[in-house]
Design a protein around this ligand. Structure first.
Ligand code: MN
Length: 249
């Protein structure tokens, strides 16, 4: 089956050569390859700086795909969870927040599975009524380094998985993951269950407990080491299997 998986896109500013200062629509290529290795067809969904209301734009894109991956990137705008920007807030991208929110809503409406990575997990949590710590320094329980100064295919800290979750198809109790985040979940959204935590208690994976929708999220980056780590790739494989099963129903 040719399943098509939408990957939420971002924009980067090219700083080299003739096209210095040019904006480019993109996703990190490792999302593309993780989906390809899982046997599905990736499709990059570009954000636009021209559009003010993304509702019909996002819905038209979701109509063309079987599932959505909300990719990593900038911090979520804290006004979306009713906080003023704190001193340690990082870069935000308002159009991208608005676009991703409409992609998520359209996917849920169409009963299509969603997989959030890093910013993706954080944004899902906010859309579903939860909140974030704008920086790790605001959470006094954080004791572990969650932003590694090392190649993304390497790992830095362990996480502990709960039993009987979607992630149990892939992981045993304990697993070492990479980490590139400075924000974390504060209040967990109501319909969601913690599936993994780091030793200091940071939420590293969750799933939706409402059977009406299939939504999972991870705070680490399986797409960045799926080229060398069997379980990271298996997570994508199992996600694609779930997309297929739900499409057959
Ligand atoms: Mn982490």
């Amino acid at each position: 089956m040719n399943l098509v998986i939408g990957l939420s896109g971002s924009i980067f500013l090219n700083m080299e050569d003739t096209f210095r200062g040019y904006k480019r629509a993109y996703v990190n290529n490792d999302y593309v390859e993780s989906i390809v290795r899982a046997g599905a067809i990736p499709m990059i969904l570009p954000v636009s700086l021209e559009i003010k209301n993304f509702k019909s734009y996002a819905k038209a894109m979701i109509d063309k795909v079987d599932a959505l991956v909300l990719t990593g990137g900038q911090d979520v705008n804290p006004y979306l969870y009713n906080e003023e920007p704190a001193l340690e807030l990082g870069e935000i991208f308002e159009e991208r927040d608005l676009f991703d929110i409409e992609l998520y809503k359209a996917a849920i409406e169409a009963k299509k599975p969603v997989f959030g990575v890093c910013r993706g997990l954080q944004l899902i949590n906010v859309i579903e009524g939860g909140s974030l710590y704008q920086d790790l320094s605001y959470a006094d329980f954080v004791k572990i380094k969650h932003s590694q100064n090392d190649h993304p295919t390497r790992t830095i800290h362990y996480i502990d998985f709960e039993e009987n979750t979607f992630f149990s198809k892939v992981y045993d109790k304990k697993y070492k993951v990479n980490s590139f985040h400075h924000q974390i979940i504060k209040d967990l959204a109501k319909d969601f269950k913690i599936c993994a935590k780091s030793a200091d208690g940071v939420i590293e994976a969750f799933e939706c407990i409402n059977d009406e929708k299939f939504v999972i999220g991870v705070q680490y980056h399986p797409e960045m080491n799926s080229c060398v780590d069997i379980k990271s790739q298996k997570l994508f494989n199992e996600f694609i299997k779930e997309v297929e099963n739900r499409k057959m129903k």
